[in-house]
Design a protein around this ligand. Structure first.
Ligand code: ADP
Ligand code: DP6
Length: 390
C-alpha cells in the first residue's frame, strides 16, 4: 500500500479578542507581552476547512493549497508548526514500529476559508488552528488542545485561542521556552450560550499595517504600552474572567470596550502612529454608545482588531435593541439572516450616524459564541491524493 493516502479533515473557528494580544516578548517563539482573552465564534458563519494528507506516493516538498491557490509555506512560522508536529509523530513511530512512517512522507494540505482571507476577520487564527488540528489528527497525536495551542501559537499568536470553543484565555506565561504560554478554557460556549456578535465589515480589503509588524513598532516606541501590559491588562483579565463566570454582560461589555480603546490608544501612541480605525469605525462606536444610552443600560459592546471592522457583542435577549437598531440603518447591506427584519427596535439611530454607516459598511455578519475545531468527513483531498474541485 505504498501509494495509500492518509487523510484527516477538520474545521476551525475564528475568535475575536475582548482583551487583546498586542506585543511580543519573543518574536521567534511568538511569546506575548500580555495575556489575552477571546470569544470563539460559531463555525456556522465563519470557518476554515482544512484537509491534511500524507502519502509515500507524494513527491517533493510539503504543499498548502489555500482557497484554490498554491500558498507559500516556506515562512518560518508555518515551518515551525510543521516541524513540531512532525517531530511528535516521529517520536510515536520510534516507539511503535508498526505505525506507518507518516513523518517521512510529504504533506499535502488543502484549506478553504468561507470568508475573506487577510481582511481583518481573523483568518490567520482559524487557518493556523485548522492546520495544526488537521495534521495532529492525521498523525494521531495524543496531545490535548492546550498542548496543540503551543504549536498553533507559533503560526499566529491569536490562533492558539481557536483550538477551543467558548471563552478562551491565552496565558502569557513566563518561561523563556514558552511552554507555559498556551490557551486555557475559561468557560465552554454552553456556559453562556446567548452571546451574539454582529460584525460590521467596513473594509474587506487587505489591511495596511500587519498585526505582527504593528505590534513590534508599538513595543519599540510607545510609552503608554508599558502601562498597558503591566497595569491595565492584568486588571482587565481579572475583571473579564469574573464577568464571564458570573455571566455579567455589563461588566463584560465595559471591559471589552475599555480594552479596545486602550489597545487603539497604544497604536496611536506608536511612533509614527498606527491608525486601524477609520471614520466609519468611530461612527460605529457612537452608534453603540447611542444604543446603550437609549436602553439605559449597557446592552452592546464594540471592539476592533487591527483593522476598521467593528465587532458588536450583545446578548440574544437584547437583539431587538441592538440588532434591530443596526438593521434599521443598514437594511440595504448584505449579510442579514432571514427574520432579522421582524426584530424591531424602539430606537432609531440619528440620521448623521445612520448615513455614515450606510455608506461605509459593506456587509454584516451575524454570529455568536461557538464551538472549537470539529473533525469532519468532508475532505478537500480525495482518496487518490488529488485536490477535490469545488
Ligand atoms: P487576518 O486578518 O485575516 O487574520 P492576516 O494577514 O493576519 O489576516 O493573516 C492572513 C494569513 O493567514 C494568510 O496570508 C495565510 O498565511 C494565513 N492563513 C489564512 N487562512 C489560512 C488557512 N486556511 N490555512 C493556512 N493559513 C491561513
Ligand atoms: C489585534 O495573532 O494576528 O487581533 O502573532 O503576529 O500572527 P501574530 O499576530 P496576530 O495578532 C492579533 C492581534 C489582535 C488582537 C488579538 O487577537 O488578541
Amino acid at each position: 500500500m505504498a501509494d495509500k493516502v492518509y487523510r484527516a479533515s477538520t474545521t476551525a473557528p475564528v475568535n475575536i479578542a475582548v482583551v487583546k494580544y498586542w506585543g511580543k516578548r519573543d518574536a521567534k517563539l511568538n511569546l506575548p507581552t500580555n495575556s489575552s482573552l477571546s470569544v470563539t465564534l460559531s463555525q456556522d458563519d465563519l470557518r476554515t476547512l482544512t484537509t491534511a494528507s500524507a502519502s509515500a506516493s507524494y513527491s517533493g516538498d510539503d504543499t498548502l493549497i489555500l482557497n484554490g491557490e498554491v500558498s507559500d509555506i516556506s515562512g518560518a512560522r508555518t515551518q515551525a508548526c510543521l516541524r513540531e508536529l512532525r517531530a511528535r509523530r516521529a517520536a510515536l513511530e520510534a516507539a511503535n514500529s508498526d505505525l506507518p512512517k507518516l513523518s517521512t512522507y510529504p504533506l499535502k494540505i488543502v484549506s478553504e476559508n468561507n470568508f475573506p482571507t487577510a481582511a481583518g476577520l481573523a483568518s490567520s487564527a482559524a487557518g493556523f488552528a485548522a492546520l495544526v488540528r488537521a495534521i495532529a489528527d492525521l498523525y494521531e497525536l495524543p496531545e490535548s488542545p492546550s498542548d496543540l495551542s503551543l504549536i498553533a501559537r507559533q503560526g499566529s499568536g491569536s490562533a492558539c485561542r481557536s483550538l477551543f470553543g467558548g471563552y478562551v484565555a491565552w496565558r502569557m506565561g513566563e518561561q523563556a521556552d514558552g511552554l507555559d504560554s498556551r490557551a486555557d478554557l475559561v468557560a465552554e460556549a454552553s456556559h453562556w450560550p446567548d452571546m451574539r456578535a454582529l460584525i460590521l465589515v467596513v473594509s474587506a480589503a487587505k489591511k495596511g499595517v500587519s498585526s505582527s509588524s504593528g505590534m513590534q513598532q508599538t513595543v519599540a516606541t510607545s510609552g503608554m504600552f508599558k502601562e498597558r501590559i503591566t497595569t491595565v491588562v492584568p486588571k482587565m483579565m481579572d475583571l473579564m474572567e469574573e464577568s464571564i463566570k458570573n455571566k455579567d454582560f455589563e461588566q463584560f461589555a465595559e471591559v471589552t470596550m475599555r480594552d479596545s480603546n486602550s489597545f487603539h490608544a497604544t497604536c496611536a501612541d506608536t511612533y509614527p502612529p498606527i491608525f486601524y480605525m477609520n471614520d466609519v469605525s468611530k461612527t460605529a462606536i457612537r452608534a453603540v454608545e447611542y444604543i446603550n444610552a437609549k436602553a439605559g443600560r449597557t446592552v452592546a459592546a464594540y471592539t476592533f482588531d487591527a483593522g476598521p471592522n467593528c465587532v458588536v457583542y450583545y446578548l440574544e435577549k437584547d437583539a431587538p435593541t441592538v440588532l434591530g437598531t443596526f438593521y434599521q440603518a443598514l437594511s440595504s447591506v448584505s449579510g442579514w439572516k432571514e427574520g432579522t427584519a421582524s426584530v424591531k427596535s424602539e430606537f432609531q439611530l440619528e440620521d448623521n450616524l445612520a448615513s455614515v454607516l450606510k455608506d461605509g459598511v459593506s456587509r454584516v455578519i451575524m454570529t455568536g459564541v461557538g464551538e472549537g475545531p470539529q473533525k469532519t468527513n468532508e475532505f478537500l483531498v480525495a482518496e487518490d491524493g488529488s485536490t477535490v474541485k469545488r
